[in-house]
Ligand binder design. Structure first.
Ligand code: GLY
Length: 361
């Protein structure tokens, strides 16, 4: 039985709603749970993303409403500006490189109406992996392309090969490398307490952008794109290009995605779980919190071989889920801290507070 106490699992609702305990499967709990966040129109058009996507959600929603674009393409186009932004060091151009100083990107997209998906992983030199993932989805019957195959596929379709390592990212990588000693692949887990105190000022983040879109037609689609874990072992694939992990949608239910520690989203099948919880009646926020609780229970077990995963009775890493339901409800929850997410609906694009699974971190 899990030793995670209900007291520790705070489940602080977003948008200023009072704290509650973790929602259970029952409809009674769903009914009693936090005030849902709702796009306030009859046929809502909603885009939700990680906080770095405030522009992305506005663009995605606009493309659906003004151009009639399908949600998955709107999501892919929405994240393009983040992929091209040298100042976002977790995605695309300017992303932090792997341990050899090479930027390797992961991305996937999923289309609700066709229940089709495409992804690329460990792709090098291509600034917009989400657009390549969309081509994999539309132009092949494959789902995942990886490494050189993904790169060649992109080049075949006219994408330009370019060096994605910015000078700023290169300097950060050099600094990391200068302090590294031996096999310290586990220390990135210690994001609050590095094994080597000299690395205390060295962030090794998991960035990423996820974007889920609901059209007035009730169709959904989503994409996730990232440079993954900074200084990762070359070839490491995170959750972002894995369907059901870093993203998932079902046109009968809604759409969801994840940012943060990819390994946790993979081990939990996190985005699939969020969508299935919404199918069972959870609000998006409840579903996200449920998935985080599941992740926390798994992390506690995992901490037997990776003690760094668990500290002070709670997970020692960040993970955030985002979700939108077909009726326009949306929500997000973070494992800890005070996360924000971006949303665009009839009221415009803005940042809102994530619900928080664990406090005091
Ligand atoms: N969530 C991004 C990654 O772990 O690669």
């Amino acid at each position: 039985m899990s030793r995670i106490s209900r007291r520790r699992f705070l489940c602080v609702a977003g948008a200023g709603v009072a704290a509650s305990t973790l929602p259970q499967v029952s409809q009674a709990a769903v009914a009693a749970a936090t005030q849902p966040l709702h796009a306030d129109t009859a046929n809502p058009c909603v885009a939700i993303s990680s906080a770095n996507g405030i522009e992305s959600v506005a663009v995605a929603r606009g493309l659906v409403l003004e151009k009639g674009m399908r949600p998955v393409s709107a999501a892919v186009q929405g994240v393009a500006s983040v992929e091209a932004d040298p100042n976002d060091m977790s995605v695309g151009y300017g992303g932090l490189p792997n341990e050899l100083g090479k930027v390797q990107l992961d991305s996937a997209c999923m289309d609700g109406p066709t229940h089709n998906a495409g992804s690329v992983a460990s792709i090098e030199d291509i600034m917009h992996p989400a657009q390549v993932a969309e081509l994999v989805m539309d132009r092949t019957d494959h789902i995942n392309l990886v490494g050189p195959g993904a790169r060649q596929f992109a080049l075949d379709y006219g994408f330009k090969a370019e060096d994605l390592l910015t000078e700023r990212a290169r300097q950060i990588w050099l600094k990391w490398r200068s302090k590294r000693s031996g096999d310290d692949y586990l220390w990135p887990l210690l994001d609050t307490e590095p094994a080597d105190p000299a690395l205390a000022d060295e962030p090794r983040p998991w960035g990423t952008i996820h974007c889920s879109v609901l059209a007035p037609s009730s169709d959904v689609g989503c994409c996730t794109t990232t440079s993954g874990l900074a200084f990762k072992i070359p070839g490491r694939i995170g959750d972002s290009p894995l369907i059901g992990c870093g993203l998932y949608c079902d046109n009968e239910v809604g759409s969801a995605g994840a940012t943060g520690r990819g390994e946790a989203a993979i081990l939990s099948g996190g985005s699939w779980l969020v969508v299935e919880r919404m199918r069972a009646g959870d609000t998006p926020e409840q579903a996200c919190l449920y998935a985080l609780k599941r992740v926390a229970e798994q992390a506690e077990r995992g901490s037997r071989w990776q003690p760094a995963l668990w500290k002070d009775g709670q997970p020692n890493f960040g993970l955030t889920f985002y979700a939108v339901r077909k009726d326009g409800l949306y929500g997000s929850a973070s494992m800890r801290g005070a996360g924000r997410f971006a949303v665009a609906d009839a009221k415009g694009a803005r940042l809102e507070n994530c619900a928080i699974a664990f406090g005091n971190k």
